[in-house]
Design a protein around this ligand. Structure first.
Ligand code: CTP
Length: 409
């Protein structure tokens, strides 16, 4: 994989491990990567701006209120003019600031303003690493899409032993390489994702809905777009922000969702992650139903099945159609039956019973069901499930790029 021409914004925060970033810069430059550095005040206690500037062959940014810097390249521009932002070493302090959205210095301001992928390589004392605050911050940031590399176990500068050492420069560079390698794998492909619940009107103010948060579907759209797919996300009403680089169509009802999906065809892959309402009112009331009219009788009729219609779309059928099976019992058997019934290639079956914490939660435990059988994944964050799925999709669409089996797998 060539990294030639890639642009990395490297944020060096405080920690004895900061010296390792010098070697990382040297390795990146050798691979043709343009590196620009931001050095925090803590970081400057361990490495000098001069050494970063000499190795990166670029000026080093330290001050949020530097007139010269703002004149040459404003901090917003700095946050956007990179393909990847890498925080290495990432101290407990900067991770806490990132998790709470503080913008107290140049580095944190840039991290808050960036619309680019962020990778962080934590380094700190083992007890700081294990502290529930740090662990909660890591969880929050992972759920928001920050990629973590390390830390690793070993001797610490403070004389203790444990988890908290910064990864070695070679490992950091290979994680960066891996990131870019995946990124282009769906270039030239088109993807369609449905997400969130649907709202089916009862009257102008009331509707039938469900507890879907849209987190999983939105994360899948983001992961596919991150790998280069031209991605359309058809979303029911959710509180999720529109994923970056994705074309989003906002809909309310199942019928609107179906129409928007049909408009998005042809695509190479469709992932139906929406929790579509199976039913709608046969005749929603045109004005608000009043109590004094007595107990209303709501007659329901079945909604179109979007996944099944994508599976049957004839010559417009996506090469790969992936559905979800939200189950509360017999997860795998019900999922496998759903795969057959809905004419899709893969089903991702997950347990959505209240104890599982799936609906609205950050994690998901899924089973990928294909013609070849069942692949049960460990409990992962929804972002990790999305990234893993995106890699599987890329492998299936282009098996020559990967030794793992294609659509059947
Ligand atoms: N789905 C869809 N359109 C519908 C209903 C479901 O596209 N009208 C899709 C979902 O996005 C999901 C899959 O079908 O990918 C399975 O959804 P699920 O709610 O688990 O299954 P249902 O078909 O509703 O079956 P049941 O509720 O009986 O389990």
């Amino acid at each position: 994989m060539t990294l030639d021409g890639k642009r990395i914004l490297l944020i060096v925060s405080g920690g004895i491990a900061a010296y390792k970033c010098l070697e990382a810069i040297r390795l990146l430059r050798r691979r043709g990567v343009a590196v620009r550095c931001i050095l925090t005040r803590g970081g400057a206690q361990f490495v000098t701006p001069l050494s970063l500037a000499a190795l990166s062959e670029n000026r080093v940014h330290e001050d949020l209120f530097s007139l010269t810097d703002e004149h040459e390249m404003g901090h917003i521009q700095l946050s956007r003019a990179a393909d990847l932002v890498v925080v290495a070493p990432a101290s407990a302090d900067i991770l806490a600031k990132m998790a709470s959205g503080l913008a107290s210095g140049l580095a944190t301001t840039v991290l808050l303003a960036t619309d680019k992928p962020v990778m962080a390589a934590p380094a700190m004392n083992v007890r700081m690493w294990e502290h529930p605050s740090t662990q909660a911050n890591i969880k929050t940031l992972s759920a928001r899409g920050v990629r973590f590399i390390g830390p690793v176990e070993g001797d610490m500068a403070c004389g203790e032993f444990g988890m908290g050492r910064l990864v070695e420069p070679e490992a950091l560079v290979s994680a960066i390489e891996d990131f870019f390698q995946r990124q282009g794998r769906l270039q030239g492909r088109a993807a369609l994702v449905t997400s969130g619940p649907t709202h089916e009107a009862i009257d102008p103010v009331r509707y039938i809905a469900n507890r879907s948060s849209g987190k999983q579907g939105h994360a899948i759209a983001q992961a596919l777009a991150d790998m280069g797919a031209q991605t359309t996300l058809v979303s029911g009403p959710t509180h999720q922000p529109d994923p970056a680089g994705v074309s989003v169509v906002h809909v309310q009802s199942a019928r609107e969702m179906l129409a928007a999906c049909e408009d998005a065809l042809p695509v190479d892959v469709a992932v139906a992650a929406a929790a579509v309402s199976d039913w709608r009112l046969s005749e929603p009331a045109a004005s608000k139903i009043k109590k004094d009219a007595g107990k209303p009788r709501l007659e329901l009729i079945e909604n179109p099945d979007i996944l099944a219609s994508l599976g049957e779309a004839g010559n417009r059928r996506p090469k790969l159609v992936v559905g979800f099976a939200a189950e509360t019992e017999n997860v795998i058997d019900n999922g496998a039956a759903k795969r057959q019934r809905k004419g899709c290639d893969w089903i991702i079956a997950n347990d959505v019973s209240p104890d599982s914490g799936t609906f609205g939660g950050e994690v998901n435990t899924v089973h990928l069901i294909t013609t070849d059988g069942v692949d049960s994944w460990p409990t992962l964050s929804k972002v990790q499930v999305a990234r893993r799925l995106a890699v599987r999709i890329a492998n299936a669409l282009d098996p020559t790029q990967d030794p793992t089996p294609g659509i059947g797998a």
